[in-house]
Design a protein around this ligand. Sequence first.
Ligand SMILES: [Zn+2]
Length: 161
Amino acid sequence: MRCVVCGTAMKTRRENFKYDACGLPYVTLAGVDVSRCPKCGEFEVAIPRIEELHRVIATAVARRRGRLEPVEVRYLRKWLGWSGTDFAAHMGVSAETVSRWEGGSQRIGSTADRLLRLMALSREPAREYSLDLLKAVDAETPPSFRIGLEAKRGEWQAAVA
Ligand SMILES: [Zn+2]
């Protein structure tokens, strides 16, 4: 493999690679192939199964003790695939508040911290929990709501109207 910057042949070896590019300062990948240019210092790292890796990191962050740090709020928000505006809408706060959480000028509140962790840990179900539904939570006049239940084939089944 040739260096994309200077064309020198790169040397590849297994390294413990500090994965700063994920946005978290404390993630190290053990034994990944890193190719380095001996002339200019350019490098390339081969990271396998990156989607799974990002999920495992998200789970570890969501399970850590202590209030989430600004970089962790940003990591989980990006991992959930949301812009700052999307995230603000999901959390029921202003976009400015999200900026302050991620910039470090305001600590994320404990309720928001828990909600973000829950969304990260239950990513697939959270997709079902749509933004329209979350926005409706704040409706001044609750729409009429009824749940009809019927026991069918040994299971209670709900019909929401
Ligand atoms: Zn080079």
